[in-house]
Design a binder for this molecule. Structure first.
Ligand code: GLN
Length: 534
């Protein structure tokens, strides 16, 4: 088992996660078994309680772990399900050590960061590798070298290198800013950041220097000289147009070959042909549709990153690209004018009451005008609310999440969930089996009765109202195995009106895009054709 550690220097937000995912992909295509660990040095136990405004989307794994969105990128690039341990946080590590201490496992000794915390970190990283039977474990350290929070991790990784002689490779991803007044890229911050790393005992094996433009050989030579890294191991990466181009770019660089040369990994041929055709479709789709995402977090990049990627997967496979129109459900949905001209609408998941009425207005618009629409999780629930209010005339119908006193609680907690107060305690999380009913649109799309999809929600369609909804034309085309929880809905007499209680976007992969998103895009393309004719 080999370990490739990726640290960050100078500033964050320069694509360390993309570089890590891409490296994973490159080695996977060389037929190595790869897994990736993300270290988030914050004290939160997991990302479940974090605000998307600060951290972007919360991703959910098959085992129900709520994790950093980088894990979503890893899964999509590796085409492999990851587990809770693939996202190490300081909260998880400390909790484990403290639990051990309380059980008396440390036999009366003083429990310290070194060796107890560092041992726990190493143990977790190795366990992830062993459980995945990995040839290569990529370890991405969040944040920037020099942060107090990341110190114990870097110390643990330093020790790992010592213990795993020759099987640990360090890549430092830094930023080389361009001084436009001089027209010159500046290497000084990189030099300082490597010095910082070396002061804690880590000499990087390679430097990936991110910059606005291609770095010329002189600049790379200078970085090599000051950081004591092989000149050919200084890799310059300019801004690339999209994340899917990155594997091609990195694969064309000297980095994969250099890693293999310096470790005891075998040399194997790469095979990126399939990826190249996918990327060609993403970069230059033969057709484009415009789909509105109506949500309250649209102003923050990355809040809906899995949806964005899913649409790119659809483009990669079908050649139909999606231009996303971001519509703020709180400020831009007093009426439907922001939706004019779109060919499809997606209502994503969410928590809390802000922006709810705007989303409902978007659903009414789609239902009445025949615009294709897909509701996901909260979007699904609001499709039910909208139907109750505007088709069944149940004035004030709502989810009890937003109006506990509503006369028509069409979305509610199930009886067995009542009375549990700890936040997260009642949340339904992770992969669950979904039963698709024959003879429905959903069955036509999935082509099978049993599917597994990812969940993150608390509320459900209230069983009390289901028969009423069905009698008025709403079809619940999939349920959980007990047939208590509604999982997919669809409306007949409309070009495409669907919703899912699960997050179809979390299991979408470049090789097999989300079925529901694909269907939305297809319906949008049809809608576009018809609306252009008339
Ligand atoms: N807030 C809703 C619930 O808890 C929907 C959750 C979501 O969209 N992820 O059920």
């Amino acid at each position: 088992m080999h370990f490739i550690v990726i640290t960050g220097g100078v500033i964050s937000g320069i694509g360390k996660g993309t570089i890590t995912s891409s490296l994973g992909y490159i080695f996977k295509e060389r037929k190595f078994k790869v897994t990736i660990v993300k270290i988030d040095p914050y004290l939160n136990f997991d990302a479940g309680t974090m605000n998307p405004y600060q951290h972007g989307e919360v991703f959910v794994l098959a085992d129900g772990a709520e994790v950093d969105l980088d894990l979503g990128n890893y899964e999509r690039f590796l085409d492999r399900d990851l587990r809770t341990d693939n996202n190490i946080t300081t909260g998880k590590i400390y909790r484990k050590v403290i639990d051990r201490e309380r059980k008396g496992d440390y036999l009366g000794s003083t429990v310290q960061i070194i060796p107890h915390i560092t041992d726990e970190i190493k143990r977790t990283i190795r366990r992830v590798g062993e459980e995945a039977e990995a040839d290569i474990v990529l370890v991405e350290v969040g944040g920037v070298v020099g942060d107090i929070e990341s110190m114990p991790y870097l110390e643990a990784l330093r020790q790992l290198r010592l213990e795993e002689n020759g099987r640990v490779f360090f890549i430092h991803v830094t930023y080389v800013p361009m001084l436009h007044s001089l027209g010159e890229p500046k290497t000084k911050p990189t030099q300082h950041s490597v010095r910082e790393l070396r002061s804690i005992g880590i000499q990087p094996d390679a430097i990936v220097a991110r910059s606005e433009v291609e770095l010329d050989d002189e600049v790379k030579k200078k970085i090599a000289l000051f950081t004591q890294v092989d000149e050919k191991a200084v890799i310059g990466i300019p801004d690339v147009s999209d994340i899917f181009t990155m594997p091609l770019y990195l694969n064309g660089s000297a980095l994969p070959g250099y890693i293999i040369e310096k470790t005891s990994l075998q040399k194997r041929d790469d095979d990126l042909e399939r990826w190249k055709s996918v990327v060609a479709n993403i970069v230059g789709p033969r057709e484009k549709v415009e789909i509105a995402i109506v949500g309250k977090y649209v102003d923050l990049k990355d809040s809906y990153i899995s949806h964005e990627h899913t649409f790119m997967h659809v483009a990669g496979k079908t050649g139909v690209g999606v231009k996303i129109r971001w519509v703020n459900s709180e400020t831009q949905m007093d009426d439907a004018s922001s939706l004019e001209g779109v060919h499809g609408i997606l209502i994503p998941g969410g928590f809390g009451s802000r922006g709810i009425e705007g989303k409902i207005r978007a659903i009414t618009y789609a239902r009445e005008k025949g615009v294709p629409i897909l509701g996901i999780c909260l979007g699904f629930q609001l499709e039910v609310v909208e139907f109750a209010r505007n088709v069944l005339g149940m004035k004030g119908a709502n989810s009890t999440e937003f109006d506990p006193e509503t006369r028509y609680p069409v979305i509610d907690l199930l009886p067995e969930q009542m009375g549990i107060t700890e936040k997260g305690g009642t949340m339904r999380l992770g992969d669950k089996k979904v039963i698709v009913r024959k003879g429905t649109k959903a069955f036509e799309l999935y082509g099978k009765e049993e599917i597994f999809e990812r969940h993150r929600h608390r509320y459900e369609v209230n069983p009390k109202y289901i028969d009423l909804f069905i009698s008025k034309g709403m079809t619940f085309s999939a349920t959980d195995v007990d047939e208590i929880r509604m999982e997919i809905l669809e409306l007949g007499g409309h070009p495409f009106f669907m919703g899912s209680q699960f997050h179809a976007e979390f299991k979408s992969r470049p090789q097999y895009p989300s079925v529901l998103h694909s269907a939305l895009v297809e319906a949008s393309a049809r809608y576009k054709k018809i609306s252009e004719k008339s």
